[in-house]
Structures are given as C-alpha cells and as structure tokens.
Design a protein around this ligand. Structure first.
Ligand SMILES: Cc1cc2nc3c(=O)[nH]c(=O)nc-3n(C[C@H](O)[C@H](O)[C@H](O)COP(=O)(O)O)c2cc1C
Length: 196
C-alpha cells in the first residue's frame, strides 16, 4: 500500500507519518533531538506523573553506538544509519509501594508526540521493540522501577535502494484495520483476530 486514505477527515500528519527504515546520511543535531523530546515532554500522563525517561545518542558519538548495541541484530542492521537513537523507559512505581499502572501507556503518548514532531520537522521516526531488553538495565543504569518500553530511530528518510533487498519490498506506508473492527458503540461485538 502506498496511498493512505481516511474514512473521516483528519489532519494530514496522521496519514503522512509512517516508519521507514531507510535513512539518508544527513545528520541530526542534538538540538533537533532535544526538540522532538520537548514535544514528548508535553504529552499527557496519569496524574501528570510524567513517567517517561529518555536516553539518546546522536550518530557519530559514542552514546549512539552504545544504544545501537542494545538492538536486536535485525534492527541494528538498518537503524545504524539513523541520525539519532532514542530509548524510552518509564517509571513503574514512584514510592516503592504504589504501582504506576499507566507507565507504558503514558510513554506511548510521548512516543507519538515525538514522532509527529519529527514529522513536522521533515524527519521520520521508527519505533522498535526489537531490543535486547535483558542488557538494558545494566548498560543504561536503570533502577528497578524504571523499565524500558521501546526504542526509536529518527532521522531523514533515505533511498529505498539503500536497504538490503529483503527490506526494500517492505519500505512503504502500511494500511490499517477498518474503524468498524476497532471502534464499538457500547459493548464489544467483534472477534479478536491477528491483522492480515
Ligand atoms: C512499540 C513499537 C515497536 C516496534 N518494533 C519494531 C521493531 O522492532 N522493528 C521494526 O522494524 N519496526 C518496529 N515497529 C514499527 C511497526 O512495525 C510500524 O509502526 C507498524 O508496522 C505501522 O507502520 P507505520 O508506523 O509505518 O504506520 C515498532 C513500532 C512500535 C510502535
């Protein structure tokens, strides 16, 4: 699929944003990374606890290589060309007793905010859960109540031809389930299926 359309009129950023894997060698500055994180900072969160914590590295600097080494080999293969990597962790408990059950939900809001900010700056953002999670707490020095949610590669989109052949065919905006399969007036009436 290359042309995305919506059944109801929405802001074009929601259709235009997607997750390419091909990055150009155009650098991303630390200020640009901090700008997308500024957008993430303003995400909503339960009780305004702001449980997200971000770790970033800019390509060409040692922090980038450290974060890259935490990705599974599949992601490492293409994300090495990103302009910057961002890891998003979130706080699961603030006082050792009260669980913060919305930590990942809130971190997800921050992810979408930074993705749309990157889009508005002419960049792309690609989320990743393909991470060697067991290595993360030691390398990022995370306390027990700070759990890694996901990683994000950001940068300027590159040529599809720069990707290995297997990934070139997948380098296109994807579709979505019909709204009727995910939105219910009142109670659930559907059946849970894996999207095709
Ligand atoms: C939490 C999360 C984890 C993801 N993990 C990976 C990943 O490890 N590797 C990858 O190539 N893409 C990953 N993706 C990208 C998704 O496959 C992609 O967002 C999805 O197919 C929808 O496509 P779009 O973002 O282009 O609209 C991830 C996305 C999210 C939100």
């Amino acid at each position: 699929m290359t042309q995305r359309t919506s059944d109801y009129p929405i802001e074009k950023q929601f259709l235009e944003r997607w997750s390419p894997r091909a990055f150009s060698d155009r650098p991303v500055t630390e200020t640009q990374v901090l700008t997308v994180l500024e957008a993430a900072r303003w995400a909503p969160s339960a009780s305004n606890l702001q449980p997200w914590r971000f770790f970033y590295g800019v390509r060409g600097e040692p922090e980038f290589d450290t974060l890259l080494s935490l990705l599974v080999p599949f992601n490492e293969g293409w994300a090495k060309n990103a302009g910057a990597l961002i890891f998003i962790a979130s706080v699961t408990s603030f006082d050792g007793q009260r669980q913060n059950i919305t930590n990942s939900f809130d971190a997800g809001s921050a992810f979408m905010s930074l993705s749309l900010q990157a889009h508005s700056m002419g960049m792309v953002a690609h989320g990743m859960a393909g991470i060697e999670y067991d290595k993360v707490p030691v390398v990022l020095r995370l306390p027990d109540n700070l759990k890694l949610d996901a990683a994000v590669a950001i940068g300027y989109q590159g040529e599809t031809s720069s990707l290995p052949e297997g990934l070139q065919a997948r380098e296109a905006p994807s579709g979505r389930l019909p709204l009727a399969e995910t939105a219910f007036k009142g109670h659930f009436t559907g059946e849970i299926k894996l999207p095709a």
